[in-house]
Every structure is written in structure tokens, then in C-alpha cells.
Ligand binder design. Structure first.
Ligand code: ADP
Length: 200
């Protein structure tokens, strides 16, 4: 199965691009969504998080206390590492399993942290949705209602634009309209179909 890794900075347009791939009948497998599913109430990984990081991260209803965990790992890098050691292999295995079960000619793996976590080798091609920082901040502020200072801090916590461009096999510049983003996806779709047919 041909696997396309879709990534980009926050508010670059990954979800919008992914939505278009879905409309074209391509199966999109979203790392963030899988991550949430794997720690849903009653899931074995949630129990492991409770055992290894602390029972205080599970609330009274048995659900993950995301906010508490987020705040804890923000100031405890070793706890973040332990959490990632629990989650990341499970997410990767689930993505791989879903990719191999997919019935579309190729699959798109949406992995926001592909560059930060060095995951290019998990996919056949890396597709980066790219934006200049100014426009990215503008769209982030508009979408999430954050101010510019916070938006800049969020960007600074991610891989740089340059780091992403360095690992890109394919690139969509999302500076124009959503329609043009759709057209860019449509033309990559043709390319990926051809690659899938030729066994990449
Ligand atoms: P990501 O999934 O990378 O965080 P989104 O797809 O949610 O980014 O896009 C971020 C915001 O920018 C959303 O509000 C989206 O509707 C908007 N957006 C995406 N592409 C464009 C575009 N080409 N022109 C204007 N707004 C866009």
C-alpha cells in the first residue's frame, strides 16, 4: 500500500487538504484521532498511563484528565517521554494496520508531528502543506481565537518551516484560496494514483 504522510505546521491547512483527499475517495488515517481513540475510557493504554504516570490523570468517571496530563508533561520532560513511549508505538501500529486494511488505491496518513518525531521513514512520500509564517499566524488566530503572542509561541514549539521543507517530497503552498488548495490536492491525487498503479 502506498502511504502518503501529510504534515504541516499548525493551521497550515492539513485538515482542509485531508478533507479533499477523503472527497476523492482516499482513506485518510489521522494520527491525532487514533491517539484519542487509544486512550478512550476503558482502553488498555489508558490503564497503562494510570499505572505508569499516576492515577491522578484518570478522573472519577474513568476518563483521561487531558488538561492535567498536558500541564504535567509540559513541566516534566521525563513524564512526556514516558507518555510518548506508551503512545507512539501503539499509534504507529494502529496506523499501519488501518493502512493495510484500506481499500483505496493509496492512503494518506495525517501526522502533524511527522517532522518533529522523525517519522518520514514510516511513509513512502512526505507531503507538506506550507505557508509563510505571517499567514499561518493570521489563520491560526482566526481559527482558534488566540492572540498573536500565543500564536507565535505555538509556532515556536513546532518544527521550523525550513525543517519541514527539507523532508518534503511533495509540497502544497496554501497561500491562495481553498479552491486552489483543492486543485493542488486533485493534481497530486492523479500523481499518487499513477504511483500506486506502478507499485510506487
Ligand atoms: P491544520 O489542520 O493544518 O491545523 P486547517 O485545515 O484547520 O489547518 O486550516 C486552518 C484554518 O485556515 C482553518 O480555519 C481553515 O478553514 C483555514 N484555511 C485553510 N486553507 C485556507 C485557504 N487556502 N484560504 C483561507 N483559509 C484557509
Amino acid at each position: 500500500m502506498l502511504k502518503i504522510g501529510l504534515t504541516g505546521g499548525i493551521a497550515s491547512g492539513k485538515s482542509t487538504a485531508a478533507e479533499r483527499f477523503s472527497q476523492l475517495g482516499v482513506e485518510v488515517i489521522d494520527a491525532d484521532q487514533i491517539s484519542r481513540e487509544l486512550v478512550a475510557t476503558g482502553m488498555p493504554l489508558l490503564a497503562r498511563i494510570g499505572d505508569e504516570l499516576g492515577a491522578e490523570f484518570i478522573d472519577e468517571s474513568g476518563a483521561l484528565d487531558r488538561r492535567r496530563l498536558r500541564e504535567h508533561i509540559f513541566s516534566h520532560p521525563e513524564a512526556r517521554q514516558r507518555l510518548e513511549a506508551i503512545l507512539h508505538p501503539a499509534i504507529a501500529a494502529e496506523m499501519e494496520a488501518r493502512a493495510n486494511r484500506a481499500s483505496s488505491p493509496y492512503v494518506v496518513l495525517m501526522i502533524p508531528l511527522l517532522v518533529e518525531k522523525n517519522l518520514a521513514s514510516n511513509v513512502d512520500r512526505v507531503l507538506v502543506v506550507d505557508l509563510p509564517e505571517g499567514l499561518q499566524i493570521e489563520r491560526l488566530c482566526a481559527r482558534d481565537g488566540v492572540d498573536e503572542t500565543l500564536a507565535r509561541r505555538m509556532l515556536a514549539a513546532q518544527a521550523s518551516r525550513e525543517d519541514r521543507l527539507n523532508v518534503a517530497d511533495d509540497l502544497i503552498s496554501n497561500t491562495a484560496s481553498p479552491q486552489e488548495l483543492h486543485q493542488a490536492v486533485d493534481s497530486l491525487h492523479q500523481k499518487y494514483l499513477a504511483l500506486a498503479l506502478s507499485n510506487h
